[in-house]
Write a protein that binds this ligand. Structure first.
Ligand code: SAM
Length: 490
């Protein structure tokens, strides 16, 4: 069994493995790399990724170190008819579903851009974060800032058992699989309840529990099948256990057994309808004997109530709801079912863009020139000139605000208008371009001062996160055992 590339990608790309191609800063494309199918006229024949940055035959992306920059092929990959004969490589425009909405545009521009534009891409190993930004969206997904906080608050760690519903597009599932992964079943199978085959027989594992697993549930059949395929494609079969079920009615047992979950994450429209199933004893809110379709073609009954929770630990839960009305209803239900330490959090994620407000360009503007200085000497000469003018201006006692004022230490003070311009992003492009014109050797302090702005396109409200804890219930036997091993009052 191969280890999932999300858990251990190895050092290099390999055939049939998932890779994430980074086209530009925020544009990622998931690709299953294929080996060339053969050779025609000395050229490898096989799949090619066509982008507006050029053509990238899979053969050039195989067996390279993760993180490598790969240059576009200089050979016409055949997407343009007139050169097809010379190089009969089969092309594939960027794959289905990759890159979400961007992909369509990518496709349209591909035909024109191929060969003429030979740029580069980076080839990255899959991580839950990159998968979240590149996965084929079937639903709203949980994004990285939310799931990193949620997994931390749930106490998900290697060996934890986590229940998740619904699975949706699998964004949260991938992140939680990595969080709980403890090696099972890839390394040390015996420690995780697997029997080990020895030369002279079989060694039965003394450990009964398979720890470090995500039990995921999805009601929508199409999404269930797509997600099931992805789990297999990503070698996550032993770590994510996906069940097709309506959890409101069918609950959270798997094959009639308890997953013994340590933590629960509910991304459902009505989490309060799922909560009765997380009781430790048969809940009063369910009929005394409840027989329901379990979604697997059979029926479950709660005559002998089995809790899906780990009996020897407190359980942590998070529900994820976009509306405050859902939150209040969930909290009512949590209280009713004995959950404590209930609180709600909203994450407001902001990306801060830090750029260098280049001194040279503003000085050029001050001089009425649209040309940036050619080199550091020219920038310093201009700066001196502007300093002298500013000095004259102030010592002459004239009123008014110069557009940019150079201070004695070489820093530049922006007037309010300039800062406003920066805030709405209108100067950003110019600033980025300016920076590239300064020689690499220019000391940073001569390149201008650092300014930052919040990127306005970042959506802030995703959902409200409601957290709670269901305390462990102590049995008489546990109490007795605790007294024996823990001397009290001594
Ligand atoms: N957390 C997921 C992710 O990060 O990709 C997205 C979950 S999506 C917003 C909600 C999912 O819950 C949908 O796929 C929906 O089909 C599923 N769902 C809704 N009601 C359900 C139920 N009663 N049982 C199981 N799944 C359900």
């Amino acid at each position: 069994r191969k280890i999932s590339p999300f858990l251990d990608p190895g050092l290099k790309t390999s055939p049939n493995a998932l890779a994430i191609v980074q086209l530009s800063r925020d544009n990622f494309l998931p690709v299953y790399l294929q080996e060339p199918k053969g050779e025609v006229d000395g050229y490898a024949e096989g799949a090619v990724i066509n982008t507006r940055f050029g053509s990238f035959p899979h053969s050039t992306l195989l067996n390279v170190s993760w993180g490598s920059q790969v240059r576009a092929s200089t050979v016409d990959t055949g997407s343009r008819g007139r050169k097809r004969k010379r190089n009969p490589v089969i092309t594939e425009d960027v794959q289905d579903g990759g890159g979400g909405a961007d992909t369509g545009e990518e496709r349209k521009s591909v035909k024109k851009a191929v060969v003429a534009n030979s740029g580069f891409i980076h080839i990255l190993n899959p991580t839950p974060e990159l998968w979240t930004t590149s996965l084929p969206h079937r639903t709203q997904v949980v994004y990285t800032p939310d799931y990193s906080y949620i997994l931390h608050r749930l106490g998900a760690r290697p060996g934890s058992i986590l229940i998740e519903a619904g699975a949706g597009s699998g964004s949260f599932s991938h992140a939680s699989a990595r969080a709980v992964y403890s090696g099972y079943p890839d390394t040390d199978p015996e420690a995780y309840g697997e029997d080990v085959k020895l030369e002279n027989g079989t060694k039965t594992s003394s450990t009964q529990k398979k720890r470090g697993k995500v039990y995921s549930f999805e009601f929508n059949e199409v999404r269930y099948h797509k997600m099931k395929k992805e789990i297999t494609d990503h070698n996550l079969d032993g770590i994510i256990d996906l069940t097709h079920r309506d959890v409101y009615n069918g609950g959270f047992l798997v094959d009639g057994k308890s997953p013994e979950a340590d933590c629960v994450f509910l991304d459902l429209p009505a989490p309060w309808d799922a909560l009765p199933h997380f009781s430790r004893k048969r809940p009063e809110t369910l009929p005394p004997v409840m027989t329901v379709e379990n979604g697997d073609g059979g029926k479950n009954t709660n005559q002998d109530w089995i809790s899906p929770l780990n009996p020897s630990r407190s359980t942590h839960i998070c529900t994820f709801s976009p509306c405050i009305e859902q939150v209040t209803r969930t909290i009512d239900a949590l209280r009713k079912h004995g959950w404590v330490e209930i609180d709600m959090v909203e994450l407001s994620h902001k990306k801060i863009n830090v750029i260098r407000e280049r001194i040279g360009m503003s000085i050029a503007q001050e001089k009425g020139s649209s040309q940036a200085p050619r080199d550091v000497d020219e920038a310093v000469a201009r700066l001196k000139e502007v300093n002298a003018k500013a000095h004259d201006f102030h010592s002459s006692g004239r009123k008014g605000t110069p557009r940019a004022t150079a201070t004695a230490n070489g820093d530049e003070e922006m007037d309010l208008d300039e800062e406003d311009e920066l805030d709405n992003g209108s100067t950003t492009q110019a600033n980025e371009n300016d920076d590239t014109q300064l020689a690499d050797s220019t000391p940073p302090w001569l390149q201008g001062r650092l300014v930052h702005r919040t990127e306005s396109e970042i959506k802030t409200h995703t959902s409200y996160l409601t957290f709670a804890v269901l305390p462990q219930e102590w049995s008489e036997a546990q109490e007795q055992a605790a007294l024996e091993t823990w001397p009290v009052g001594g």
